[in-house]
Ligand binder design. Structure first.
Ligand SMILES: Nc1ncnc2c1ncn2[C@@H]1O[C@H](COP(=O)(O)OP(=O)(O)OP(=O)(O)O)[C@@H](O)[C@H]1O
Ligand SMILES: [Mg+2]
Length: 301
């Protein structure tokens, strides 16, 4: 299994380092590398989860491909042999976790769709019965399915947490035509993704998309329906009223909850079994949803 904390360990210096991704600016293109870093409570851990970045990237690639007839996407190639110098020389380390993409003029909104009530949506619902201006039925329980999926945009904040906004505010940010197009595409993608996952025993509770413009055309960018941008719940045993055992950082969060840590850096050192089990969870959901893609990228997973 490949493991990568930072592209700096390969002697490469990224132009931008997110919590998870290292990004190289190549003019009209980006090379985006999903590392094995993992964060909790917005703090990047010192330890890595081997193969996590490959899972996130392979999963995004699989969804981009599935949705290509609904909306074009930013992918140019994920084949490391097709990367420009000096990246092609690092194929063994970058393969599976990297993608060369068209740089887009990003819409500064997160296009969130919720089919179930959880997270910040649940918080808002408990306060006043609404989420982003959608008035929801009374008496919903945590993790309950909504009568129909709702579009609940959020701002993209460079600092701090993204903030849920009403649709009207999104219209002010991106304009009415783009707002309507992004809403329509997001709801369609969520519907198709949820319908794909459900017969495989996975509930896609909610997810977040990002879009941008290239040559005036709307394209899907960033990552798509990964455990970092979505809530995946096992359908078996799903019971509204209880916090579902999500396919993501649950094991890590549960472990952190047992510690006396104030959620500020420096992060605590993580025990090997917690990292191993977390890695297993990520590989598991990829295997369930996309066994063929997992096989195709096996040498990097
Ligand atoms: N094709 C693209 N064109 C322009 N911007 C893009 C494209 N694809 C992704 N991005 C942007 O690149 C960044 C991806 O980096 P990354 O996900 O690591 O950082 P982040 O989302 O800002 O922070 P976090 O670490 O919390 O995820 C995001 O800001 C995303 O909006
Ligand atoms: Mg991100």
């Amino acid at each position: 299994m490949s493991a990568l904390r930072s592209t700096r360990d390969l002697g490469l210096v990224p132009d931008y380092e997110g919590k998870v991704r290292d990004i190289f600016d190549l003019g009209d293109r980006f090379l985006i590398v999903a590392t094995d870093r993992i964060s909790a409570f917005d703090v990047v851990m010192d330890d890595i989860v081997p193969g996590r970045g490959v899972v996130l990237n392979v999963m995004s690639l699989a969804w981009f491909k599935r949705f290509a007839d609904v909306v074009p996407n930013h992918v140019i190639t994920a084949d490391p042999a097709g990367f420009p110098a000096p990246f092609a020389d690092h194929a063994a380390h970058l393969g599976g976790r990297s993608v060369l993409v068209h740089k887009a003029q990003r819409f500064d909104v997160e296009c969130v769709v919720r089919g179930y009530i959880a997270g910040s949506g649940w918080k808002s619902y408990r306060q006043d019965g609404t989420v982003c201006g959608h008035v929801l039925p009374q008496g919903l329980r945590l993790a309950e399915q909504l009568p129909e999926p709702i579009f609940t945009p959020a701002t993209k904040e460079d600092e701090g947490h993204d903030e849920n906004i009403p649709y009207e505010q999104m219209v002010e940010i991106v304009g009415p035509e783009h707002a309507e197009a992004l809403r329509r595409i997001s709801l369609r993608l969520y519907g198709e993704g949820a319908a794909f996952a459900r017969p495989r025993g996975v509930i896609l509770a909610d997810t977040k998309f990002e879009f941008g413009l290239v040559d005036g055309r709307i394209i899907l960018i960033d990552e798509v329906m990964t455990p970092d941008s979505s809530r995946f719940w096992p359908a078996a045993g799903h019971a509204p009223g209880q916090e579902p055992p999500s396919w993501d950082k649950q094991i890590l969060r549960n472990h952190l909850a047992t510690l006396d840590w104030d959620h500020a850096p420096p992060p605590p050192a993580l025990p090997a079994p917690v990292l191993a089990k977390t890695s297993e969870r990520y590989h598991e959901v990829l295997q369930i949803l996309f066994p063929e893609e997992a096989a195709a990228w096996r040498r990097y997973l």
